[in-house]
Design a protein around this ligand. Structure first.
Ligand code: BG6
Ligand code: MG
Length: 218
């Protein structure tokens, strides 16, 4: 049985993945190369600096560390600007009712996000009270696919990995779950999230009953 659900934030609970993409694309535009949605898949779930490295690889651009730090900050300033006006309307369909249902069933809820902006987003979307534990990019030193973020989440709610399930929209995040010894549900397309135990289009397709049923089969 599942005793804890660990949620990625961007692209799973809130519709912020599009703002990350917009900000990275804006940076690529400035640097003078094309950056597509397909390229962007590789950035999902990946930390800010690792994302920049992938972006620069796509553009075949080599830069020194100081310039890279400045560019990452530039991207983040744009991103923070995009999310500064976000509110509950950016919560993805099904998220709130599923979080409420988990609470009713006594299933622990933890956040496992790479983002250093997670608290800002949770506050703007007004969903902080739904979490028993919040692990974000300010609390981890190893980026997904390293399992650190999910292991810390499981530890914080005192549930062993085999009784945890991870909800992720990123390949790196699904891999992180596997590396943590946890099962995972992909949010998105089964074609992209091939390593997930099960894939749904959105949390609107999820319920506690369905979750327990899926988990007895996978
Ligand atoms: C992840 C996103 O949740 O957080 C990535 O999927 C992002 O796209 C990463 O790069 C780090 O976020 P931030 O807000 O700290 O730059
Ligand atoms: Mg994500």
């Amino acid at each position: 049985p599942i005793h804890a659900c660990l949620f990625d934030l961007d692209g799973v609970l809130v519709d912020t993945a599009k703002y990350h993409f917009l900000a990275w694309k804006r940076l690529a535009d400035e640097l003078g190369f094309e950056f597509t949605e397909k390229d962007n898949e590789r950035l999902k779930g990946v930390s800010r600096m690792a994302s920049l490295d992938i972006l620069l690889e796509v553009g075949n651009v080599q830069l020194d560390d100081a310039t890279k730090i400045a560019l990452a900050e530039k991207k983040n300033n744009w991103y923070v600007d995009y999310i500064s006006s976000m509110d509950e309307s950016e919560i993805l369909p099904g998220s709130l009712s599923f979080l409420k249902e988990l609470k009713e069933h006594g299933i622990k809820v933890a956040l496992g996000s790479a983002s250093k902006n997670a608290m800002k987003i949770l506050n703007n979307a007004n969903i902080v009270p739904y979490f028993d534990a919040i692990i974000d990019g300010t609390k981890t030193s190893n980026a997904k696919p390293d399992p650190e973020v999910f292991l810390l989440g499981a530890e914080a709610v005192n549930v062993s990995p085999e009784h945890c399930i991870v909800f992720e929209d990123a390949e790196a995040g699904i891999e992180a779950a596997t590396n943590a010894g946890m099962r995972s549900i992909g949010i998105g397309s089964a074609g992209t999230l091939t390593q997930a135990n099960y894939v749904v289009t959105s949390l609107a397709d999820m319920s506690v009953e369905k979750l327990q049923r899926i988990m007895t089969q996978h």
